[in-house]
Write a protein that binds this ligand. Structure first.
Ligand code: GAP
Length: 513
């Protein structure tokens, strides 16, 4: 199945099974804003719990906060967001559609990569097992031609971005003959900058309302609480502050479902370190965060680092963790070495002294910061993309199964009486009433058992139990495993110990130790 078709299916599956709905659905939706349904919110909460606990439980020197979305407007001046949180925009005069100039060019670069991959795949098919991919990539003239074009374009693009040269960005679009996907024409306007922050008013106009911004990242809420937390928590450097919360960006090109949203959620951790040690901590956090992703068991080959060549003016290193989505490798998380930029700026703009006295060195300094920043929604999307599978079963039947890591699955156990009579529902309820205190259980009695199994497969429930007539006398149930579809007869009294460990977040956290 083409990757594009798979992605479409994942999007409709998310809606059909109560994971993600378009926001304001009965009013035909609101662009790039989504709601999480009854299963989505459970999966999302589990992702957040996995992250939170990996930070706050597993690190004695990391604590959490929950800062407000509304913040003093000067914060965004100090952080640079008022002046520089911009995207380069371009309009197509014929379709009247607006695009991010940098995204148009990045897509063009990706096209060269696709051409290279196609050549490799073709050759692989032709030469079979004897195919030497590395040699082919080094010597095939067509591949080399595409690589040269891609590299030249990439270098030109990087330079234009570094120089903030909007005219050059437009020239690249013209030279590469990039067309508007809607009108198919090259009738482009000039490129101009567009600030991504949403504004609103606080207070009534009579009182003199002030313009404030919806936060575009949660990180600044951490920086402005650095002193409060360090002092009240008596934190010693190195230490971290973690936060999960909503962020808002007026994205121009909102696409690929929940990949790029206007209202989304971030899980960010700022780790404060002694100046001069930041690059060691940066390397350590890259490794720690990659291990967190890979503990989910999606396969190391589906992740890669993308080290930034173009650094923000305040950063001295930055790297993304990318995941293989159906539409290519995409950023899920950023790890940034932000120097002491943010704290110094807040010191300057607030007039408050933001320093740390290091008892080990007898020095006072502004701490340096390593940030790890991951989007909850992007993480959710990567989990769904990996989990969604269509399987061909014996006898020609197909099943859609979400192979979610059990610890993230919305429902852990479905409790299914075989029939709706003979005391089976009552027995099922009795089991459910005991187990529901330990993990999320769902009771279902409608439809044939096969149909109920399929419904649970489709939402990724790792275990189902069936209560049949024998249960009433032998106190055993049939336990079915989602992935293998194998069934075994087990004692009701063993259920909790058989399931609880496998579905708990602790099972994931233990892999990180
Ligand atoms: N504090 C640093 C920061 O915000 P970022 O690279 O702009 O860095 C961090 O964002 C993460 O937030 C991204 O890796 C992505 O997962 C998520 N993210 C950013 N913009 C997003 C959007 N419009 N929709 C969904 N997730 C987004």
């Amino acid at each position: 199945m083409a990757q594009e078709d798979t992605f479409k299916k994942i999007v409709s599956h998310c809606k059909e099974y109560g994971f993600v709905f378009p926001s304001s659905d009965i009013y035909d939706g609101l662009a790039a804003v989504y709601d999480y349904g009854q299963n989505g919110v459970e999966l999302k909460n589990n992702i957040k719990q996995y992250w939170w606990q990996s930070m706050v439980l597993l690190h004695e020197n990391i604590v959490g906060i929950d800062s407000a979305i509304f913040m003093h407007p000067t914060i965004w001046k100090a952080s640079g967001h008022v002046d520089a949180f911009n995207d380069p925009l371009i309009d197509n005069r014929d379709s009247k559609k607006r695009y991010r100039a940098d995204v148009l060019i990045e897509d063009q670069i990706a096209k060269y990569d696709e051409k290279i991959d196609k050549e490799v795949a073709k050759a692989h098919k032709r030469f079979g097992d004897s195919f030497d991919e590395a040699l082919f990539r080094q010597t095939n003239p067509r591949v080399l031609e595409h690589v040269a074009k891609r590299d030249a374009l990439h270098a030109r693009f990087e330079k234009a971005l570094n120089d903030n040269d909007l005219q050059e960005l437009k020239q690249i679009i013209l030279d590469e003959e990039i067309v508007c996907p809607i009108s198919g024409t090259r009738n482009w306007t000039d490129v101009r900058q567009f600030n991504l922050m949403f504004k609103t008013e606080m207070g009534s106009t009579a009182d003199g309302a002030s313009t404030i911004f919806l936060r575009p990242e949660t990180a600044q809420g951490i920086f402005v609480n650095y002193l409060n937390v360090q002092k009240t928590g008596r934190m010693k450097i190195p230490f971290g502050i973690a936060q999960i919360g909503k962020a808002f960006r007026n994205e121009i090109v909102a696409r690929q479902f929940i990949f790029r949203m206007r209202e989304f959620e971030q899980m960010e951790m700022q780790f404060f370190v002694r100046p001069g040690t930041e690059l060691d901590w940066f390397a350590k956090w890259k490794e720690t965060r990659m291990a967190w992703h890979q503990a989910l068991g999606f396969g190391a080959e589906n992740y890669r680092f993308h080290d930034h060549e173009k650094l923000a003016h305040y950063a001295n290193a930055a790297s993304d963790i990318e995941f293989r989505m159906p539409f290519g490798f995409k950023e899920v998380e950023g790890i940034h070495s932000r120097t002491n930029f943010d704290l110094s700026q807040h010191e300057k703009f607030s007039g408050r002294k933001i320093k740390y006295f290091d008892p080990e060195t007898n020095e006072s300094y502004t701490p340096y910061v390593i940030e790890t920043s991951i989007g909850v929604d992007r993480m959710f999307l990567s989990v769904m993309c990996h989990a969604y599978q269509e399987e061909q079963l014996e006898g020609g039947e197909t099943r859609v199964v979400l192979r979610l890591p059990a610890a993230l699955a919305p429902v852990k156990l479905a409790v299914l009486p075989l029939v709706r009579k003979d005391g089976l529902p009552e027995k099922a309820r009795e089991i459910m009433d005991d187990l529901k205190f330990h993990f999320n259980c769902k009771y279902e009695e409608k439809d044939a058992i096969g149909k109920r199994y399929r419904r649970q497969d489709a939402i990724g429930t790792p275990y189902c139990i069936t209560i049949d007539h024998d249960t009433l006398t032998d106190n055993c149930v049939t336990l079915r495993d989602r992935d293998t579809m194998q069934q075994q007869r087990v004692k009701i009294s063993d259920l909790r110990s058989l399931i609880e460990d496998k579905v708990s977040i602790t099972s994931l956290l233990k892999k990180l130790q």
